[in-house]
Design a protein around this ligand. Structure first.
Ligand SMILES: NC(=O)c1ccc[n+]([C@@H]2O[C@H](COP(=O)([O-])OP(=O)(O)OC[C@H]3O[C@@H](n4cnc5c(N)ncnc54)[C@H](O)[C@@H]3O)[C@@H](O)[C@H]2O)c1
Length: 328
């Protein structure tokens, strides 16, 4: 069965495409390489193009006989979304809507969507369940929540069935195939720590040390990118079996503070990480931890790599071999 993977040359999408091919699916990757990397495509074929190009997408859907689509293509830098909201609404809403319209026009009505913990904003209760109030604090989170609303309306009107996966913090790298995280610019904590361990950065900027958490730093929920990718397989199976549309959190349900992540990375790498303590960044919640009970109960998902140490070790193997990412 052929699956369209929009954004499949990106960090998470390349791991999703790999898992799909491991399970016997044929991934067809659509990516405009605005952020992704040709070398990250290790399974399936890459078609270079914009998801907002309706003619191209309709051609691909018909020619390749696509039955299900996974939609990961988006911009996802929170700070940039605050400075340039139009860019985010254009890509994450308008281009993404065009992708959906192309699908409906071609009768492809099964869809997996990459949503985010950023739809919740500052949590009132932790761990965060899917029913927690949604109050995104930035245009990025808003764009993802708006798209979930679009999906709900398309289900009602056109019978589109979707599974929206609200990822918490994806990290790590495939343990067999050499693909990994290479965002430009990098904004995620673990790769930044590892770049510091490699001497590519002088020090690590630690934002906020006065949160009401045990060690004063933010707490986040890290999920291995391959565990995250495997959840897409379960979502696809559920859609194939005719499930109703559903929304799931995707995290490990365990939080680690920034200091704990740094200490673990020091243990894994054997390097001393120099830290520069800086003020809090606006809009960074103190604690973001998922309740993943729903996806465990309903799709039978369970993580293979729940330990932070193994998540960081897999990322470290990638970064050590590819200090400058795919251009190393
Ligand atoms: N990385 C995380 O921890 C995280 C957390 C929550 C949600 N997400 C979401 O997961 C998805 C994937 O994230 P990622 O970290 O792999 O990002 P990424 O930037 O590595 O991948 C996104 C890919 O989409 C492509 N793309 C963007 N706009 C496109 C367009 N108009 N047409 C075709 N291709 C386009 C980019 O070239 C890139 O390859 C995103 O939707 C992101 O919002 C990521």
């Amino acid at each position: 069965m052929k699956i369209l993977v929009s954004g499949g040359a990106g960090y998470i999408g390349s791991h999703v495409a790999l898992e799909l091919s491991r399970q016997g699916f044929e991934p067809v990757i659509l990516d405009n390489l605005s952020k992704g990397h040709r070398q990250a495509v290790r399974a399936g074929k890459l078609i270079e193009g914009n998801m907002g190009d309706g003619q191209l997408v309709r051609e691909i859907l018909a020619r390749e006989k696509i039955e299900i689509a996974v939609h990961l293509s988006a911009f996802s830098l929170v700070g940039e979304s605050v400075r340039e909201p139009a860019k985010y609404f254009q890509n994450n809403i308008a281009n993404s809507l065009s992708l959906l319209d192309s699908m409906v026009a071609c009768g492809v009505k099964k869809f997996v969507f990459s949503s985010t913990a950023a739809v919740y904003g500052e949590p009132e209760t932790v761990p965060i369940t899917e029913d927690h109030p949604k109050r995104p604090q930035n245009p990025y989170g808003f764009s993802k929540l708006a798209y979930e609303g679009i999906l709900e309306a398309y289900d009602r009107a056109y019978g589109l069935k979707y599974i929206s996966l609200r990822y918490f913090n994806a990290a790590g790298a495939d343990v067999e195939v050499e693909i990994g995280e290479d965002h430009q610019p990098e904004s995620h904590l673990i790769p930044i720590i590892l770049q510091t361990a490699l001497g590519l950065r002088k020090s690590l900027e630690l934002y906020g040390t006065d949160y009401t958490t045990p060690d004063g730093t933010c707490i986040r929920d890290y999920i291995h990118v391959s565990d995250l990718a495997r959840a897409h397989l379960l979502a696809i199976e559920a859609l194939k079996q005719g499930t109703e549309s559903k929304i799931f959190n995707l995290g490990n349900g365990q939080g680690y503070s920034n200091r704990q992540v740094i200490e673990t990375a020091q243990r894994v790498t054997g390097a001393k990480i120099d830290i520069k303590e800086s003020p809090r960044r606006p809009g960074d919640p103190a604690v973001l931890v998922a309740s993943a009970d729903r996806i465990k109960a309903e799709l039978g998902w369970s993580p293979k790599y729940p330990q932070l140490e193994e998540i960081i070790a897999s990322a470290w193997r990638w970064h050590k071999k590819h200090p400058h990412g795919y251009n190393s």
